[in-house]
Design a protein around this ligand. Structure first.
Ligand SMILES: NC(=O)c1ccc[n+]([C@@H]2O[C@H](COP(=O)([O-])OP(=O)(O)OC[C@H]3O[C@@H](n4cnc5c(N)ncnc54)[C@H](OP(=O)(O)O)[C@@H]3O)[C@@H](O)[C@H]2O)c1
Length: 293
């Protein structure tokens, strides 16, 4: 395999594919591994090399990027052989959303192998990922900032450096809690409109251009009203994040009742068979919950 690759991306899902493409566009050599090889092969025409195993992907690269569902999968995929394959001084940029405990577990695995670890979850979904406008919530050794800059600039419009590894994952939970509450309130607002014979278009007209308006509400609201849920971020992963938020909140001694309700709405949506649809399909669980009169 060519030694040109500087970056290995493990996981060619929605985020991993978009990140790999933007790294390639920035002129960086990229090797990709994904559990389903055909997903990695889709990146070949963009110039990516496809690896047969995670260790092969990591062979001699300066940066290892993980964009996989959760910490348990990452622990399975990133073994000692993978970390030992990196170039000397190689850095692991862990960009998946793994929560506080998950981040700490992965940081320890990196430390045991003597690999530098940057906790760098990202804010933004499919479209910002494709456009290279993610916000990177980076935390880790200060001296790695300059080295990481070309990678983060290729995939995002802003990078926040937040302190020791783990602070990025903490802020990611906070921002995702905002998203969860917002989405739940939006779904109930539109379900209420439909239930009391208000045209939802009137709701959007009423908030238009004012402080209550928000692009997120427009995008997700349209998906809810059209019952068309092309996936930017799946219900399955949104449930994973709600659980991570609640676990972290509990550890911090804070009860989050709104997030608990959103979590059960995601669970209901999954039980209805909507787990792989966009997170906005939580609306289907809300809309199906009609009380008897
Ligand atoms: N989508 C978003 O809007 C978004 C935004 C910010 C952060 N994130 C976070 O980024 C991470 C990736 O999200 P995504 O939306 O890109 O997910 P995704 O589209 O579902 O892709 C998941 C990737 O993980 C691989 N995978 C799944 N289960 C696996 C297993 N058991 N073993 C090995 N590989 C496995 C899949 O492999 P194959 O498909 O090749 O089988 C795929 O490459 C998650 O932590 C998510 O929370 C997502």
């Amino acid at each position: 395999m060519s030694s040109k690759a500087r970056v290995a991306v493990l996981g060619a899902g929605i985020m991993g594919s978009a990140v790999a493409r933007n790294l390639l566009r920035a002129g960086l050599g990229v090797r990709v591994w994904s559990r389903t090889r055909s997903r990695a092969e889709l990146l070949q025409r963009d110039g990516a090399q496809v690896a047969a195993s995670p260790a092969e992907a990591a062979q001699g690269v300066d940066f290892l990027i993980t964009l996989l569902p959760d910490a348990s999968v990452i622990e399975e995929v990133v073994g000692k052989d993978v970390l030992a394959s990196l170039a000397s001084g190689g850095v692991w940029l862990q960009m998946s959303t793994v929560g506080i405990a998950g981040c700490e577990r992965l940081r320890r695995i990196a430390a045991e192998s003597g690999v530098a670890y940057v906790d760098a979850p990202v804010l933004g979904t499919r479209q910002p990922a494709e456009e290279g406008t993610l916000v990177v919530l980076a935390s880790g050794p200060e001296e790695l900032r300059e080295r990481c800059r070309p990678i983060f600039e290729a995939i995002g419009s802003r990078t926040l450096w937040l302190g020791p590894a783990g602070m990025g994952s903490r802020l990611k939970l906070v921002t995702n809690n905002w998203i969860a509450g917002f989405l739940g309130a939006l779904a109930e607002t539109l379900a209420l409109a439909e239930a009391i014979a208000v045209d939802p278009a009137r709701f959007f007209e009423a908030i238009e251009g004012g402080p209550l308006d928000a692009p997120f509400a427009r995008v997700k609201g349209r998906m809810m009203l059209e019952r068309h849920f092309e996936t930017s971020f799946s219900v399955r992963l949104a449930l994973k994040d709600a659980r991570l938020i609640l676990e972290a909140a509990e550890a911090g001694g804070q009860r989050l009742k709104i997030t608990e309700v959103v979590r059960s709405r995601y669970e209901e949506a999954i039980a209805m068979g909507h787990g792989e649809k966009d997170m906005s399909a939580l609306f289907l669980a809300v809309a199906a919950d009609r009380c008897r009169r």
